[in-house]
Write a protein that binds this ligand. Structure first.
Ligand code: WQD
Length: 351
């Protein structure tokens, strides 16, 4: 059972809080009055994000933010953080997340993503903290039999180790609530997070060649890449290219704040889809981003990418009914904010 508390009296530990979704969520929590501790090993993030968060939220809110560089799988370091701060809630983002890389490095993905979760929940319960929001993914639905996807849609076998880690961590956290009903777990299944903070101070900053569509398109727009590679145009969709439910990272952040408020004083496990309920194709994304950056972006059609599904998009009526949350931004907003970030930070957080 999570003790019912006001945000101003609640400290939230955000693992992976210097990452793309984590950092935008930290801004939302600080703006809601929470105290926040970011733990991040910076393996896929920049410490500069902490300063950018401070710039966005202002001095008073920034005074409620702490950053500790640590690997969540480092038990001693995690224990020390729980000793230093009276953690009431945890939002767990930390984990490797590249689908293709996970196929090449299954051992690293399972030991990091599962290992850090098992260490985290053990340290949490040793410190009397049993409330966690987990960053899950629509990937647990696999190749859908029917659309839109609701929380009751069947979980399917994953098509890659990254997807399996999301699948398995959901199971670990669910089993925890059966073994100890005091646990309070929310599983948030994201669809495709894109966009950036409207200030242009924070955004997606993948290392190396982007695996995902939006950062790749943004790098073409800013001149870092030649042209967009469209992975197949022979899918059973209106224009033949893959369809996904893209959701603005700001909507995703507010979804986490809504989940914290919803779980306050509750116990047990609950699943919510976080998407927009609308499907958008690859070619539609390229068109929307071309409009946002003011020029037609070049693309070529390549063969399909192994493991891709034809289409997925969400039914988010449960999040609206239960948490009063729904996505507010549309594709044009997502492309506008992503372009603003990329054009102002062509090399991301690097100088
Ligand atoms: C979207 C569409 C591609 C790149 C994955 C994970 C999900 C989440 C987001 C991590 C597809 C096409 C892509 C490119 C393309 N995980 N595409 N050219 O695969 O839907 O979701 O990433 O954050 O859990 O499953 O996202 O952006 O890779 O692909 O044509 O260069 O764009 O075929 O149709 P995906 P994506």
């Amino acid at each position: 059972m999570s003790e019912k508390k006001d945000p101003k009296d609640t400290t939230v530990l955000v693992t992976g809080g210097a990452g793309f979704i984590g950092s935008h969520t930290v801004v939302a929590l600080l703006e809601d009055g929470y105290k926040v501790v970011i733990v991040d090993d910076l393996s896929n993030a920049s410490e500069k994000v902490v300063g950018r968060i401070g710039q966005i939220v202002g001095d008073e809110a920034a005074s409620r933010l702490a950053f500790r560089k640590a690997d969540v799988n480092d038990r001693a370091a995690l224990d020390a953080i729980f000793d230093e701060f009276a953690i009431d809630r945890v939002i767990h983002f930390a984990g490797f997340k590249a689908v293709g890389e996970s196929v090449q490095k299954p051992v690293e993905y399972y030991s990091n993503n599962l290992g850090n979760t098992l260490t985290l929940v053990d340290v949490m319960r040793n410190h009397g903290c049993k409330s966690i929001v987990f960053s899950s993914s629509a990937t647990v639905y696999g190749d859908p039999d029917a659309l839109p996807l609701t929380e009751k849609s069947p979980k399917k076998p994953a098509t890659n180790p990254y997807g399996w880690t999301k699948w398995m961590i959901e199971q670990i956290l669910t089993d925890l609530t059966v073994a100890d009903p005091e646990w309070n777990v929310v599983l948030l299944r994201y669809f495709n997070p894109i966009g950036a903070h409207p200030s242009g101070l924070m955004g997606e900053d993948p290392k190396g060649i982007p695996n995902n569509l939006l950062p790749y398109v943004a790098q073409v727009a800013v001149g870092k890449r030649e042209c967009v590679h469209v992975f197949g145009d022979d899918y059973d969709t209106p224009d033949g290219t893959g369809v996904r439910d893209y959701i603005h990272v700001m909507d995703l952040a507010s979804g986490h704040a809504a989940a914290l408020a919803w779980m306050n004083g509750r116990e047990g496990v609950e699943v919510f889809n976080l998407g927009t309920g609308k499907g958008t194709s690859v070619l539609e994304i390229i068109k929307a981003f071309s409009a946002a950056c003011g020029r037609d972006l070049p693309y070529q059609v390549d063969p399909r990418r192994a493991g891709d599904v034809t289409a997925n998009y969400a039914d988010c009526s449960k999040a609206k009914a239960e948490m009063g949350w729904e996505a507010k931004y549309d594709i044009a907003d997502m492309c506008r904010d992503s372009w603003n970030w990329q054009s102002n930070n062509p090399n991301g957080y690097e100088d």
